[in-house]
Design a protein around this ligand. Structure first.
Ligand SMILES: Cc1ncc(COP(=O)(O)O)c(C=O)c1O
Length: 406
């Protein structure tokens, strides 16, 4: 049995952690003892709470409808540009914040398919997140396309070898997640995008589990479309608007299926006929969620301050610690690591497979440790570098050991 890192060793990692002081910028109480679900819903930054108060009192109460002309109308693109620069590796004018990841994916899929009008297939892996699979099927049905289902490796995810067998002259677009929501496998975004382009198809990436925790270079990697949520590692709160990136080379040609007034060239012209905005704003539909946008802005500020390279380094150290603890404490007792062993191909959560995962998750929550259960037998342990401490992760794993190997 490998030796488990001690709590003292975890404490030393915290003492040496250059991001440790940022933890105090979040509201973190004594309960739960360990929050290992920041990859589902991040913790609230203190600055966000203050900024929301300012917006409510100063802007909404103070300015009323004038808020729209002061600044609110531009927030989807202003915050989109900041997110693009800090998190997505994208130049200005290609990212908006609006709606949910699901709605943005729907728009991106229609836009991608209309850029490849002679092609008949959409490709997606059958282990993808439900909303992605459902929407690919829905858009395929609406446009008379066929869905080609790729079966990824259970832990390793989508590889170039498997994808190469699925894409070809009929492929319009391929939808992939950069980090697999179950295993945490980190896909080779650059390599797979090249492979997709080699067949003349377009790459649509879902970055929900990578935005804010894995360095991303959408422009350099020539991604076509990307979507993702902001309530996980970007800590923007429940229901905060999602992002949608469209590469500038496509923007003049894309149309999207929910052409509402906020996507029109002149929002307040009350025009008779819809004329799409020239830039990324054409991907918007209706009134922006101002409070959510402000929360995204604050989340992005914290990521900017921390720096994505340092965030990634801590994420790797946290997932290494948890992987070592799983090996030492849990694997000898009927649990199995269901995430890649190598940090180079792992995102920021570690997943444990156990036949009794549902009951174990419930007991853990009773013990003040919050992980995430994924049907049918997975316990997902999310490590959010800005807010998860090494000792917190260690304590969470010790509680898990207490249930699995009492
Ligand atoms: C990988 C992935 N894609 C899409 C979604 C759906 O996001 P939304 O609820 O914003 O539509 C989620 C939500 O957790 C997700 O994890």
């Amino acid at each position: 049995m490998p030796e488990a890192p001690t709590r003292e060793a975890a404490g030393r990692l915290d003492a040496d952690d250059p991001l440790a002081e940022l933890r105090d910028r979040f509201v973190i109480g004594a309960d739960p003892v360990a929050y290992l679900d920041g990859n589902s819903l991040g913790r609230p930054p203190r600055a966000t709470i203050e900024r929301l108060h300012e917006v409510l009192e100063g802007e909404w109460a103070g300015r009323l409808i004038q808020g729209w002309t002061d600044s609110w109308t531009e927030l989807p693109t202003v915050v989109g540009d900041r997110l693009g620069a800090t998190v997505l590796g994208s130049a200005a004018g290609q990212t908006v914040l609006a709606d949910s990841t699901s709605v943005n994916l729907f728009k991106a899929l229609h836009a991608a398919a209309s850029l490849r009008p002679d092609r008949t297939e959409l490709v997606i892996d059958d282990a993808n997140f439900p909303t992605d699979r459902f929407l690919v099927e829905a858009v395929a049905a609406q446009r008379g396309l066929t869905v080609r289902w790729l079966t990824p490796e259970p832990v390793g995810g989508v590889t170039a070898e498997t994808l190469a067998t699925m894409v070809g002259g009929s492929t319009a677009a391929v939808v992939l997640c950069q980090v697999d929501y179950r295993s945490g496998a980190l896909a080779d975004l650059a390599g797979l995008t090249r492979l997709i382009h080699d067949s003349g198809a377009l790459a649509v990436w879902d970055l929900c589990h990578s935005a804010g925790v894995v360095p991303i270079q959408l422009d350099a990697d020539e991604v076509d479309f990307a979507v993702g949520c902001t309530y996980k590692y970007l800590n923007a709160g429940p229901g905060a608007p999602a992002f949608l990136y469209v590469a500038s080379r496509h923007l003049p040609y894309v149309r999207q299926p929910i052409e509402g007034w906020f996507g029109a060239e002149d929002v307040f012209a009350m025009a008779k006929v819809y004329e799409p905005a020239t830039g990324i704003r054409r991907m918007l539909s209706g009134t922006p969620n101002v409070l959510g946008l402000v929360a995204v802005d604050e989340g992005v500020r914290l990521i900017d301050e921390a720096g994505l390279e340092r965030i990634r380094a801590k994420s790797v150290a946290l997932t290494d610690l948890v992987t070592d603890l799983v090996d030492a404490w849990l694997s000898p007792h009927g649990a199995a690591l269901a995430s890649p062993r190598s940090a180079a191909v792992r995102g920021s959560h570690v997943t444990v497979r156990h036949p009794d995962a549902r009951r174990i998750t419930d007991r853990l929550i009773d013990d003040g440790v919050v992980p995430d259960f994924r049907n049918p037998d997975l316990i997902r342990l999310g490590l959010s570098p800005l807010t998860t401490s090494f000792v917190e992760a260690w304590d969470g794993l010790r509680a898990l050991r207490g249930i699995i190997a009492p």
